[in-house]
Design a protein around this ligand. Structure first.
Ligand code: C5P
Length: 311
């Protein structure tokens, strides 16, 4: 019998191509229509045996920068049970009876607290890696269910590609994205807190209507028409993110001036996203947005790409 000594899972970042936000619900969440799109910026989560007397779940966590540059901010990753990846390992251990405790190592390229769901991606990767390491063999539906319990954005990185999230974002329907889209991401020095951005949204937009999907965006994606995708990109949280971080307006303007097909705040920010015509155009936009005062770092990545995968 062979024993698994390490499992590594690669998982993508996401950008929201539409983020329509309804009024705050009684449980404190907001109903969303959230078009998730996975992009080729990857974290890797490696699970190994932890060699402790503890039983089940995670017993340790470490993180390193994958070399994506200063703005991946690996020093801000919590290395204890407050990390969503640690909680994912604990949840899976509880659901499947106690197993050998594990150590989780995160190799991060997805910016921390950047509105690209890096923490959620790591949690999704931890679920897949622990499922394989412990030989539990849970199917996709069970993993999606556990992911939704961990957070609104954890289910999507399991699936990847492009998908429409409803409910609080965790109910997913796959969507077609033809061709390759070229993106630029402008990363800021500090993060923005998701609950604070939603709170600012509630103050700025009391009595928001129920969120609705955008057929023009879905048609543009299915046709692979980047120009039409650019025209249809939208994020209801953008005014709230700009209110909390006014300097982002200059970053967006720098990308528009460089001919971006779309320029918008990614999710709850502060990362700004730009759609380019080609990989070369993306490089030019990246050079332009780097000159904006709030931009600490700019990276390019294409989409869409598959979800969490054992490597
Ligand atoms: O589900 P998750 O823990 O990722 O959500 C983080 C925070 O984002 C929530 O506590 C809530 O403040 C906000 N949120 C929301 N409505 C959603 C998703 C997240 O208000 N649909």
């Amino acid at each position: 019998m062979t024993t698994t000594t390490a499992v590594t899972v690669r998982v993508p970042a996401k950008v929201n191509l539409q983020l329509a936000v309804g009024p705050v619900r009684e449980d404190g969440y907001h109903d969303l229509v959230n078009v998730f799109h996975a992009v080729a910026l990857f974290d890797e989560v490696t699970v190994t045996g932890a060699r402790t007397r503890a039983t089940g779940g995670a017993a340790g966590l470490s993180a390193e920068d994958a070399g994506g540059g200063p703005a991946s901010h690996v020093d801000r990753v919590p290395l204890d049970a407050s990390n969503l990846a640690w909680r994912a390992a604990d949840l899976l251990a509880r659901e499947s009876s106690a197993r050998e405790p594990v150590h989780l190592h995160l190799r991060k390229a997805i910016p921390v607290a950047g509105g690209m769901a890096g923490g959620s991606a790591d949690a999704a990767a931890a679920l897949v890696a622990c499922n394989a390491f412990w030989g539990i063999g849970l199917g996709r539906e069970r993993l999606l269910n556990l992911a939704a319990r961990l957070g609104s954005d954890v289910a999507f990185p399991l699936v990847g590609g492009t998908a429409v999230g409803t409910g609080r974002g965790e109910v997913l329907a796959p969507a077609r994205c033809a061709g390759r889209l070229h993106w630029v991401f402008a990363l800021s020095e500090g993060g923005l807190s998701t609950p604070e951005v939603f709170g600012a949204y509630d103050r700025l937009r009391p009595g928001a209507p129920a969120p609705r999907g955008d057929p023009a965006l879905m048609a543009a994606l299915a046709e692979g028409d980047a120009r039409a995708v650019g025209a249809a990109l939208s994020n209801d949280l953008q005014p709230a993110a700009l209110a909390l971080r006014p300097a982002l307006a200059e970053t967006l303007e720098a990308g528009r001036a460089a001919g971006a097909l779309g320029a918008f705040v990614s999710g709850s920010g502060p990362t700004c996203a730009f759609l380019a015509e080609s990989a070369e155009h993306a490089d030019r936009i990246a050079d332009a947005v780097r000159t904006a005062p709030d931009c600490a770092h700019a990276v390019t990545a294409h989409g869409d790409v598959p979800g969490a995968t054992v490597v």
